[in-house]
Design a protein around this ligand. Structure first.
Ligand code: ATP
Ligand code: MG
Length: 479
């Protein structure tokens, strides 16, 4: 079954389900209402006939002197039975009277237009003879349905002495005809409703699935390499609309990621190419004969050494960035922060180039962090503070506790950054305008690396800076 269903499209399967549900509910409701109408007709017909029969029988019992059990033997004759059966027979119904042996002793039909009585059914006759009052059943006369009911004859109501049974029958042809007309009308109406309903349902399902089809077409185009493609969504409120929206959002993110990846590779190549080009230039000069000039050789070698140092540093930083993409490279250990910062201050003095490092001591605390990464973070931030602030100005290092995190900051009194630089500082290879920088030019990888190192340990980083007023870099680490 599953295998067969899988061959059909989702639309066909949903359509089939919808059609089955619609057909079965409509058929059930129609059948139920048909059955109810039929019951109603039968009940009203029976009660009408019974109500008519009762006073006639009562009257007959008195008239024929049958109200006394002792006189029954004598007075219940063919003749008296014929009177009763004729009284009860009309154009609608025919009555016959049976004695206790089940023999028909009188038949009320006189005229050809009066209905023909069906042969008595001994099963029901015996039940009536045993005293059951409300016996009603269906039978057939010449292939036409008739409704039959039996009334036991007793001298007094409630008497145990039953001396005969009256069988009254009436044709059901009229009810059949009415119900047939009603039924055919209902079947036509149901067929029209079903056809319209199924067509509408199929159209509605198709409409809902259109967005899914669009989505899969877009996926195929993106797979072919057209990253600018997005899927169009008409109905944005339903689940498919939400799926398409999420899909577009995901592709936006992926496109950004791919683009930044491309930028990264291009920038990295450029960053490596610059010192390599410098090296090639120096080597060419040397090869053209400059090696005979000791002064030129010395100058070129120094330049080449600087370029190689720069190459190694950039490669180191790039390696660091790629290593941090795998969080298993973070080895957390317990660190007493106060001691760690004091050690770092000692080592940082060399880097600070005579600037004063002011420590704004926070609470005594220990945290779980990777000491190498923490040292590298502080080192990068300190080197930026030193590089981008004038000689003689202090660098401030401090920390405080925020809930389950420690916030550490490094602040300088340098020239600060404008908003444009601030918006891009964490991008790899991004460098600000940096005029009058102390020391050599950086690759623009320091803050990108720092951010990765902070985030690899579960922390966050932000920068506050106003041009001319210095910069403060804050980062948090979980305790
Ligand atoms: N403390 C600061 N004051 C002013 N500008 C800063 C400061 N720190 C960073 N910047 C700006 O942000 C840019 C990016 O800094 P980042 O540390 O990533 O790279 P870099 O210092 O240029 O090179 P690298 O750190 O790779 O040697 C810098 O070029 C500089 O313009
Ligand atoms: Mg830097």
């Amino acid at each position: 079954m599953n295998k067969i269903l899988e061959k059909f499209s989702l639309r066909a399967r949903l359509g089939l389900l919808y059609a089955v549900l619609l057909i079965s509910s409509v058929v059930l409701v129609s059948y139920y209402s048909y059955w109810n109408i039929w019951q109603l007709f039968i009940n009203s017909k029976t009660s009408h006939l019974r109500a008519r029969a009762k006073p006639i029988i009562d009257h007959w019992l008195v008239d024929q002197g049958l109200t006394n059990p002792d006189s029954v033997q004598m007075n219940f004759t063919h003749q008296s039975a014929l009177v009763l059966s004729r009284d009860l027979t009309s154009r609608d119904a025919v009555a016959i009277v049976l004695n206790r042996q089940g023999e028909v002793i009188a038949n009320g039909r006189r005229l050809p237009e009066e209905p023909v009585a069906p042969a008595p059914d001994t099963r029901y006759f015996r039940k009536a003879l045993s005293g059951m009052n409300e016996i009603t059943y269906w039978s057939e006369v010449n292939g036409k349905p008739v409704l039959v009911f039996l009334i036991p004859l007793r001298p007094q109501p409630g008497s145990r002495h039953i001396f005969g049974v009256i069988q009254v029958s009436t044709s059901l042809a009229d009810i059949n005809e009415i119900l047939f007309r009603h039924g055919s009308m209902q079947i036509t109406a149901v067929a029209i409703i079903l056809m319209l309903g199924i067509a509408f349902g199929y159209w509605l399902i198709g409409l809902s699935l259109k967005d899914l089809q669009n989505l899969s077409a877009t996926c195929r185009e993106i797979a072919k390499g057209d990253f600018a493609k997005r899927t169009k969504v008409k109905n944005r409120k339903d689940e498919i609309g939400k799926l398409a929206e999420s899909f577009n959002l995901m592709i936006d993110k992926l496109e950004n990621m791919f683009n930044s990846q491309k930028r990264f590779v291009a920038n990295a190549a450029h960053e490596l190419l610059t010192p390599l080009t410098g090296l090639r230039g120096s080597l060419e000069v040397l090869l053209r004969g400059a090696q005979d000039d000791p002064e030129a050789t010395n100058r070129l070698s120094k330049g080449m050494y600087k370029e190689v140092k720069r190459l190694i540093r950039v490669c180191d930083q790039l390696l660091g960035l790629s290593r941090l993409e795998n969080s298993s490279n973070v080895g957390k250990r317990r660190i007493v922060l106060n001691e760690f910062i004091k050690d770092f201050e000692q080592r940082g003095k060399l880097l600070a180039q005579g600037r004063q490092i002011v420590i704004q001591e926070g609470p005594l605390l220990t945290l779980m962090a990777d000491p190498d990464l923490l040292e590298q973070i502080l080192f990068n931030l300190l080197s930026n503070a030193v590089r981008y602030s004038p000689a003689g100005t202090p660098v401030i290092l401090g920390w405080k506790l925020i809930a389950d995190y420690v916030e550490i900051w490094i602040s300088d009194r340098g020239k600060g950054m404008d908003n444009k630089t601030l918006a891009h500082v964490f991008e790899p290879f991004y460098r600000g305008k940096n005029e009058n920088v102390t020391g050599e030019k950086g690759a623009g990888l320091g803050l990108a690396l720092t951010k990765s190192m902070v985030e690899a340990q579960g922390g966050t980083i932000r920068i506050e800076s106003t041009p001319g007023n210095g910069t403060t870099v804050f980062f948090t680490l979980p305790l």
